[in-house]
Write a protein that binds this ligand. Structure first.
Ligand SMILES: [Zn+2]
Ligand SMILES: [Zn+2]
Length: 369
């Protein structure tokens, strides 16, 4: 009998996931099979699990393997796989990170160099789990890395807990801050000190931001934001009115307003609050509210009068993933990058989701052994 691996199948919001075995695929030329070592539950996985917005439609009767934030070791390589995307030699057993989506390289976006806006890159996640290559999501013993997915070797000193979030939040933030071109001397407001916001704080400082102001309501997150390099924090549990927070941002930016504001909360209301924090010529980065279905009131005249630019970023390109890995390698010793995670075995995936949803744990992590 051929080798098999476990996968947790998701059937829809409110339904228990069940563990099923599938055959471990043989990789096609250019592809590889990774043995997943660790897969985190990200905020977007929770949205899918709850069926928020249009995400309820992601459920399949025959199940789906969800999860995307992960790392692992190479189990097998298809013909022609010799190096990672940075030219480093690869061998079975090497620790790697990779895109979980597959930019086609041929659509209008890809041809114009915007692989993060590929029209088909997420299709790879949608196939039936019973059909080759079976392993299309993180909550499983294996993950099938297609030839289109960028792969990078993980430096030895970067631990699995540091790197598991790199193919989601960190690469996303690297791409986003590049898009709004955070640069030397900028004042930057980070709305939300979750995974995205904490990484954004550190990346903005490294890009030369003069002052990074982080807004959140939770004391422990704000403390972490300080350790990640925040110059100022605004505690929403103390500064409870939106107007007072706006006034505080104005004070902290010499009366001008911020050069860049980043929405990393995941609520449309944060955008209504964040846009007025921008000064003339400011840039707004939208990443947090990633699924359609919400709305906000907006005064377009204010945007025009102030020459505001808005950038929204979903996914990321291969370069951003590589830069994210390099960023971790540079900051292993001076930033608290080892995410605080609570480990669960794959069999306990339903408890892991329930516990993270109830706020009992900040970040649950499935460990495959
Ligand atoms: Zn494409
Ligand atoms: Zn994620």
């Amino acid at each position: 009998m051929s080798e098999t691996g476990r996968a947790a199948l998701f059937f829809g919001p409110g339904k228990d996931m069940t563990i099923t075995e599938f055959p471990v695929p043989d990789p096609e030329p250019g592809a590889m099979v990774v043995r997943v070592t660790r897969a985190n539950i990200c905020g977007s996985d929770l949205h899918i699990w709850r069926g928020d917005g249009w995400l309820g439609a992601m459920a399949r009767e025959d199940g789906r393997i969800i999860g995307h934030e992960m790392t692992g070791v190479i189990h097998s390589m298809g013909d022609g796989v010799v190096t990672d995307w940075a030219g480093q030699p690869l061998a079975e057993g090497d620790r790697v990170v990779y895109q979980y989506f597959a930019p086609c390289g041929k659509c209008r976006s890809c041809l114009r160099g915007m692989t993060e806006a590929c029209s088909t890159s997420f299709k790879v996640l949608q196939g039936k789990p019973s059909v080759f290559p079976h392993f299309r999501g993180a909550y499983a013993d294996y993950f099938y890395v297609t030839p289109q997915m960028a792969v990078f070797k993980v430096p030895d000193q970067v631990t699995d807990t540091m790197v598991a979030g790199v193919n989601c939040a960190l690469a996303q933030v690297v791409m986003g801050l590049d898009r709004v071109n955070v640069t030397m001397g900028d004042t930057v407001v980070i709305q939300g000190a979750g995974g995205l916001g904490l990484y954004a704080t550190a990346v903005a400082k490294e890009r030369g931001a003069e002052k990074v102001i982080v807004i959140d309501a939770l004391a422990d997150r704000l403390e972490l934001a300080r350790l990640m390099g925040a110059d100022e924090i605004i505690d929403m549990s103390e500064v409870t009115s939106m107007n007072d927070r706006l006034t505080r941002v104005k004070e902290l930016t010499g009366g001008w307003g911020a050069d860049v504001v980043c929405e990393l909360v995941g609520r449309a209301a944060a955008i209504s609050e964040g846009l007025p924090m921008l000064g003339l010529g400011g840039r707004y980065l939208e990443i947090g509210t990633f699924y359609p279905g919400s709305s906000l009131e907006l005064d377009p005249g204010l945007l025009v009068m102030k020459n505001i630019r808005i950038e929204a970023v979903a996914a990321y390109d291969a370069n951003s993933l590589q830069q994210a890995v390099c960023f971790l390698d540079r900051h292993v010793h001076d930033l608290p990058l080892d995410q605080v995670v609570v480990d669960y075995p794959l069999e306990a995936i339903n408890d892991a989701f329930a516990d993270q949803d109830a706020g009992k744990v900040t970040r649950a992590s499935l460990v495959m052994t």
